[in-house]
Design a protein around this ligand. Sequence first.
Ligand code: NI
Length: 163
Amino acid sequence: MRGDPLDYGYVRPHTFRHKTESPRPPPNLIHSAILGAEACVDKVNLAQKFSVFTEHYKPKIVGEINDTYVKLVKFQGDFMWHHHDVEDELFFVVAGEMRMQLREDGAEREIIVRPGEFIIIPHGVEHFPSADAETHVMLLEPKTTLNTGNVTNERTQPVLQRI
Ligand code: NI
């Protein structure tokens, strides 16, 4: 086994989580083993991921970091007012232009978020995402986050597709 660089059978996660074996595998495989990941670590190309779906307001899971999902979503038109009781949400605009309306202290305002910019909506804050033209957004939010927050309606996506 030691002589064959393609045979990584000795870094199976169930083996590696509990004890360190010798010889040590390459660092990227240690990382993968600790995560319990089935596949090797690989990069994600946002343009490629955005090319494989067309629906609006249906987030897709493209990664996870501890208790957080990395999601991609396409916005076009209005979403809806909602809030999240416990989760904060990060919206990073990749392409297009997102309008985020907010209700704070009884007043409404809106923030335009453009490519290369992000906005964090703290839990409890009423917000209403929309976009005049198709807009591509990456989300970082706890795995418990429901897209429509405190509201359940035809836009609610309880189970998200992984792409
Ligand atoms: Ni939200």
